[in-house]
Design a binder for this molecule. Structure first.
Ligand code: B1M
Length: 212
């Protein structure tokens, strides 16, 4: 078994200590950070998601897997964020109201910071008012919203509607993402863009903010 397969396998059993140890070893062995993330941590979490869907495992197991995911991500984070980079724009991010999933949102935040954005992370279960007030008070260039549940996706539209009422719409760009979110949904609710992962979010925001 390769070290990446081991990371994936230990994550699936929720062994956070092993995931931390193996991630450190992979970093020492100079395995590419992107590979550790995609082929180790995210690959393991996809298996967990699939089993959860088929009711082969239950919520406590998923929570343990999430803790193991963070054990690895915390070690990769400093390697994904370069120091001394010029800020290219300010982005307010968060998982929408009712949504407690924050792993993907945190990854997007890490990627944005790594690319030189000033990131204000509001966390998870964020009310529309909080997104809008923060974007206003911080004079942000963009709002980035994450949703992992089909039941919380509509919260993204609530933020956009409030932006319209508050005169922010069109001035502050909106990028949305998360597993159930699509390009069509982004168009339907009036978001400026959909991004499928952190790198795509960076590219999208760079293109927007560069032309602002
Ligand atoms: Co939950 N969960 N969960 N869960 N969970 C899903 C999302 C689910 C698909 C599982 C399944 O059935 N297969 C399902 C949703 C079904 C649906 O709505 N269609 C589900 C459910 C049902 C639930 C609960 C309702 C379960 C229950 O209570 N009965 C509950 C809801 C809680 C709530 O939010 N109110 C719940 C709870 C949890 C835990 C707390 C146990 C835990 C979250 C821990 C945490 O985040 N701190 C959890 C987890 C871990 C998952 C799965 C297994 C993994 C999610 C994850 O972290 N993936 C997930 C199954 C799955 O997605 N396959 C599942 C790894 C992460 C790197 O990927 O988040 O997709 P992802 O982020 C990606 C992209 O989506 C994108 O970039 C990221 C990096 O590539 N992206 C963006 C994300 N945000 C973006 C924003 C952007 C751009 C890109 O721009 C701003």
């Amino acid at each position: 078994m390769s070290i990446l397969e081991e990371i994936s396998s230990e994550l699936q059993t929720g062994n956070h200590e092993a995931v931390g140890r193996l991630t450190s070893q992979a970093i020492e062995d100079k395995v590419a950070v992107r590979s550790i993330l995609d082929d180790g941590l995210i690959a393991g979490m996809s298996v967990v998601g699939g089993k959860f869907k088929k009711h082969q495992i239950f919520l406590p197991h998923v929570l343990l897997a999430a803790r193991a995911m963070y054990a690895g991500m915390d070690l990769l984070k400093p390697l994904m964020i370069k120091n001394d980079i010029k800020t290219i724009g300010k982005v307010v991010i968060g998982s929408v109201k009712g949504d407690l999933h924050d792993i993907g949102k945190n990854l997007v935040g890490i990627m944005l910071k790594g690319a030189g954005f000033d990131v204000i992370d509001l966390g998870s279960d964020v009310l529309p008012e909080k997104f809008v007030e923060t974007a206003k008070s911080e004079n942000a260039d963009a709002i980035g919203m994450s949703a992992l549940l089909t039941t919380t996706m509509s919260g993204m539209k609530d933020v956009i509607d409030l932006m319209k009422t508050e005169g922010l719409y069109g001035k502050v760009k909106v990028v949305i993402g998360g597993a159930p979110v699509t390009k069509e949904f982004a168009e339907e609710i009036g978001a400026d863009s959909y991004a499928f992962d952190g790198i795509n979010a960076v590219e999208t925001l760079k293109s927007f903010i560069g032309t602002k």
